[in-house]
Structure formats: C-alpha cells, structure tokens
Design a protein around this ligand. Structure first.
Ligand code: ACO
Length: 324
C-alpha cells in the first residue's frame, strides 16, 4: 500500500500585483523581472493569513476527494510563514475545517515542505498507522518580504495548495529527501533575534535574505540529481516520465534543469508567470492547475521535486490515479 492523491485543491488571494505595480515601489521593470524569472504577476494577501488560505485549499481538496474532515487521521502543513510560532498552522487549519480526529503539525523545510510532508505521510501509511491524510503547502510570504529590497521582493507570492492522501494500491512509487545545513545562509529569514532582560535589547524580527546565485547553483545541481536517482533506482527511462512537476522558483531554474536532463520544456508545466514563487505552495498549486486542465491520466508517472532554504530538497515519483 502507498500514498495516493485522492483530491487536490488550491486557493490564492484575490489581489493581483503585476511587475508594473512593483516598478512603482522599487527600481525595477517588467522587462527585468520577466526575463530573469519568468514572473509576470503574483497574488498578495490584503487580509487573509496563511491558515485562512490553507483552510480554503484544504476544503477544496476534501471536496475533490469526497472525504469528510472528520475522517482525516493526519494533517501536515509545510510553511515558512505560519500565523504563529504556536499553535502550528496545521492545528489552526484543523480547527477551521473541523478535522476533530486528526493529529496535526507543521514541517519546516521551506520550498521543499510539501514534498517533505508527503514523504512523512508515506512513512505513516507504509507502517499502517494512518490511512487518510491531508498535506498542505501554504504561505503568506508577503509578510516576511522586505518591500524595499528589489532583489527579493519581485520574486515571491502568497497562496496555498492541499492534497488529500489515501493509503491505496497505486500512488507514490519512491521518494527521497536531503538537506545541507552548511549552506543555510544562502536563503534565510531570521525569527526573533535574542533579546531579554539580561541582554538589555529587544528582540527584532527579520526579513528574507537571499544569495540568488548560490540558490541557482544549488537547485540546478540537486534537482536533476534527485530526478535521475529516482529514475535509476526504479529502472525507468525518460520516456516513462510524463511530467516533471518542479517547485516554481524561477523559470530559468526550470529551463536549466530541463537542459541538464536533456528533456523538452513541454514536460515541465509552469505557473510561475501568474503566481510567482509561492514556496511550499507552488507544487500543489501547479498540480491543481494540471488537474483542472485535464493534463493527467491514469497510469501517468510524474516526478515532483521541491528545493529550498535549509538547504533542503525532496522528490516524489508518483503514478497518477484519476480519483480526483
Ligand atoms: N530589478 C532590476 N534590477 C535588479 C533587480 C530587480 N528586481 N534585482 C537585482 N537587480 C540588479 C542588481 O542590483 C544587479 O545590479 P548591478 O549589476 O548594478 O549590481 C543586477 O541586477 C544583477 O543582480 P544579480 O543578483 O546578480 O542578478 P541575477 O542575474 O543573479 O538574477 C535572480 C537574480 C533572478 C534572483 C537569480 O540569481 C536567480 O535566478 N537565482 C535563483 C534563486 C531564486 O530564484 N530564488 C527564488 C527563491 S529561492 C527558492 O525558491 C528555492
């Protein structure tokens, strides 16, 4: 038995912010952003918190799966921008959707969070402990973005995606995860700094910082490596893989991965142009788009790959079963 996607859902805030809108607040241009990243617009929350976006995506995933909230055994949410340090975002979603029988917690693996969450569920399914789970990737990165820093503020967006997983015969065929904490400074958002009555200072709150080129190098090495590892150990050729569903960080990263794998771009669907980089939400948002467009059919094999701060990376080889 293995984790199968029974239903998928997504939700993004209504407000669209275009590149031209950003050019009014920092020195940038639509041409620079589009040519370097592929991003044309993104959604920015004007009131909804991460857990609000997550709960709506969760409701939609449950409806698509035909599963009741009270039937969930487990809720795992990947997020780097939860509403609170505690309770976890997953617990807040649990309360909002009424999943009274679930255990709920968050995973902190940045843009790889959704993949890490799926892999943790797979562990519980394989051991027979749980049968039905909800995995969520949700972010309001707009609140950790420094809106005066043009090198990062043009990249990110808010949004959420969720999937209901069931323990079935068809689904995840293999998965992997990895981390390299020594490169943590390449992409970082400090929590409160130390400050108390002994230091005589007040805690400060940090914003996201990034060494873009270091992240680029990391991604174009680790992503193809992970994909090739999964194919090799499952005795699959490139023709066996229908789509590569990559974290939507940057169009140029996706293109570089495609070149390294010697695969055509039409096997790499993208949503980066309309949502920007939504971190851990990007993979379920993309999957939801693919389902809505009828791109997936029974038996299709896809590889999902997430990568991000930590550094962290994870990949899932999945056989699609059209229960959604
Ligand atoms: N508009 C106009 N100019 C800009 C902007 C902007 N928004 N941002 C930076 N610049 C300028 C810089 O100031 C610099 O100017 P200078 O030459 O006068 O000093 C110039 O553009 C080049 O800056 P670089 O940072 O070297 O730009 P680069 O070509 O590396 O592109 C980018 C930046 C797109 C972020 C690139 O490094 C990249 O693709 N990195 C991958 C990382 C990534 O995509 N991260 C997303 C989040 S991480 C994740 O999801 C895992």
């Amino acid at each position: 038995m293995t984790a199968s996607i029974a239903g998928i859902g997504a939700y993004v805030p209504e407000t669209i912010v275009t590149n031209d809108d950003l050019a009014k607040i920092v020195e940038t241009s639509d041409e620079w952003i589009t040519s370097r990243t592929g991003i044309r617009e993104r959604r920015i929350s004007t009131g909804e918190e991460t857990s609000d976006l997550a709960a709506e995506a969760a409701r939609r995933a449950l409806a698509a799966a035909g599963v009741k909230a009270e039937d969930l055994d487990l809720i795992i949410m990947g997020t780097s921008s939860p509403d609170c340090n505690y309770p976890s975002g997953a617990c807040e979603v649990q309360a909002k959707i009424g999943a009274v029988n679930a255990a709920a917690f968050d995973v902190s693996a940045a843009c790889a969070g959704f993949i890490f969450a799926m892999n943790i569920v797979q562990g519980f399914f394989k051991s027979g402990i749980y049968q039905t789970a909800l995995v969520i990737g949700a972010e309001t990165l707009s609140k950790v973005t420094d809106w005066t820093d043009r090198s990062t503020c043009v990249l990110f967006g808010d949004g959420a995606g969720a999937a209901v997983l069931k323990n079935e015969k068809t689904g995840i065929l293999d998965m992997l995860m990895g981390s390299d904490g020594t490169k943590g400074e390449a992409l970082m958002c400090k929590s409160r700094t130390l400050g108390n009555f002994l230091t005589g200072t007040k805690p400060e709150i940090g914003f996201m910082t990034m060494d873009g080129q270091e992240v680029f190098r990391f991604a174009v090495k680790r992503v193809p490596e992970s994909i090739e590892t999964l194919m090799k150990r499952n005795h699959m050729e490139k023709d066996d893989i229908r789509y590569y569903v990559l974290h939507q960080a940057n169009e140029r990263i996706v293109e570089a991965v495609a070149r390294r794998l010697k695969e055509p771009m039409d096997k790499f669907p993208m949503t980066i142009a309309k949502y920007g980089n939504t971190s851990t939400a990007s993979i379920p948002l993309l999957l939801n788009d693919m389902v809505e467009q009828g791109m997936l059919k029974d038996g299709d094999k896809i590889i999902m790959s997430g990568f991000g701060a930590g550094m962290t990376w994870g990949a899932v080889l999945l056989e699609w079963k059209q229960s959604v």
